[in-house]
Design a binder for this molecule. Structure first.
Ligand SMILES: Cc1cc2nc3c(=O)[nH]c(=O)nc-3n(C[C@H](O)[C@H](O)[C@H](O)COP(=O)(O)OP(=O)(O)OC[C@H]3O[C@@H](n4cnc5c(N)ncnc54)[C@H](O)[C@@H]3O)c2cc1C
Length: 389
């Protein structure tokens, strides 16, 4: 530790990770496991709440198990082997083919992820707000300056780092917004369900958990002037009549950053805009992008060229970006009023399309298969028009 001009101390690391949610924890754990001296910083002390449905698909579980080297433990955690899938008021009947969905409270899940990053060797700087100096790069904590050749910022959808680097954390034209309530009480008989169209260009969810039920609606913000009315309508559909506390947060709905960072600062998870614009799933891409950012840093440092980390990371993210682009295109088929009947009809009639969608949720396939299925059902001029968007 060395003293700074301001009288505080300086500590140097190979990597500083800002934000200890799924993306930051996955990044710090991967970096530490690969021998990097890693600092993990979060303004909050854990366990902390995070507004989220806490739904983990097979894709998220797969990334978790690989990155953390073990299955999720018995934190209050549910596995549901079937769910109801509705679109615009119609039950699309997924039958018994549906893959399991796992449900957790983020308070418990994120505390576990952080603990795994620390036990791999990352140094814990949670509970302290920091000020980033992107040029050094360095991060100033109260009385302590952290320096490192590279920084990964996984500081969420309202990322102060992205704001500092680009002037805004996200594109207001593309951003999503979601409202959620927690309904206490026994949820063992409550069905898990997802309802496309519960919000305009969005969906609703009812996720039963061990300590209650999380219910929410989310959609593209500029298309939902009155999200509270959508939530009220959805609660009526579910037969929920009691007063519940409503909380809201932005959802980076597919408007991802083509170059996820600047200079020696890389962005991961929501900070890089990596939420699926159809399913609203963000935990899987957060975990995966955190891991990929760490591996890019490891490679760049081994090559003794930290300036190459961002381009390595951008290349590694290409498959995720390509999936998000396809999902954005498919969203037009699902949510444009003129095309919606074709989507519902195709989905109800085609076992293949249904199976591919369920496999997508299970993390066994990507959007290509669904796009191919829909391509057979839409006239080519419609595809040309959509691709031009
Ligand atoms: C209502 C709602 C429901 C959702 N439901 C689901 C779901 O069911 N399944 C799913 O997969 N995804 C869901 N998502 C998306 C999911 O929550 C996110 O994609 C996911 O949390 C992204 O993880 P992350 O690590 O990138 O960011 P976060 O989980 O947001 O973590 C960011 C961390 O950065 C810290 N931080 C922020 N600013 C600073 C700072 N200046 N300095 C230090 N630390 C800072 C925060 O304290 C936080 O701990 C939902 C989102 C919303 C809003």
């Amino acid at each position: 530790m060395t003293p700074t001009d301001s009288g505080g101390a300086t500590r140097s690391f190979d990597l500083i990770v800002i934000g200890a949610g799924p993306a930051g924890a996955a990044c710090a754990r991967t970096a530490a496991k690969n021998g990097l001296k890693t600092a993990l910083v979060d303004k909050k002390r854990f366990p902390r709440d995070k507004l989220c449905g806490g739904g983990l698909t097979g894709r998220a579980i797969g990334h978790h198990d690989r990155i953390f080297g073990k299955p999720l433990p018995d934190i209050p955690f549910e596995r549901r082997d079937n769910f109801e899938f509705h679109a615009f008021g119609e039950n699309l009947d997924t039958g018994s083919d549906s893959p399991p969905i796992h449900l957790a409270m983020r308070r418990d899940l994120d505390a576990w992820l952080l603990q795994q990053a620390i036990s791999a060797g990352a140094e814990d700087f949670t509970g302290q707000p920091g000020t980033l100096d992107p040029d050094s790069p360095a991060l100033d904590l109260p009385g302590l300056r952290l320096t490192a050749p590279l920084i990964v910022a996984a500081d969420g959808v309202s990322s102060p780092t992205a704001k500092l680097l680009f002037g805004e954390a996200f594109d207001r034209d593309q951003i999503g917004f979601a409202l959620e309530v927690e309904r206490p009480g026994d949820a063992s008989n409550v069905p898990l369900r997802i309802d496309f169209g519960a919000a305009d260009w969005g969906y609703g969810w009812q996720f039963p958990k061990t300590c209650g039920t999380t219910i929410g609606v989310g959609g593209v913000m500029r298309r939902n002037a009155d999200m509270k009315a959508s939530l009220a309508g959805y609660l009526r559909t579910l037969g929920v009549t009691e007063e519940l506390k409503i909380k809201g947060q932005f959802l980076p709905f597919g408007g991802f950053r083509e170059t996820p960072g600047k200079g020696r600062v890389l962005l991961a998870g929501d900070a890089a805009g990596l939420v699926d614009p159809i399913t609203g799933e963000g935990i899987a891409h957060a975990l995966h992008s955190g891991e990929l950012a760490a591996l890019a840093v490891v490679e760049a440092l081994h090559a003794q060229n930290p300036d190459t980390a961002l381009s390595r990371y951008t290349a590694a993210l290409r498959p995720i970006h390509s999936g998000l682009k396809q999902a954005r295109l498919l969203r037009h088929v699902m949510f444009r009023e003129a095309l919606r009947p074709t989507f519902i009809r195709s989905f109800k009639r085609s076992r293949t399309l249904k199976r591919e969608y369920l496999r997508l949720l299970a993390g066994q396939t990507e959007y290509d298969a669904i796009m191919k299925g829909m391509a057979l059902r839409l006239p080519s001029f419609v595809w040309r028009a959509l691709r031009g968007r």
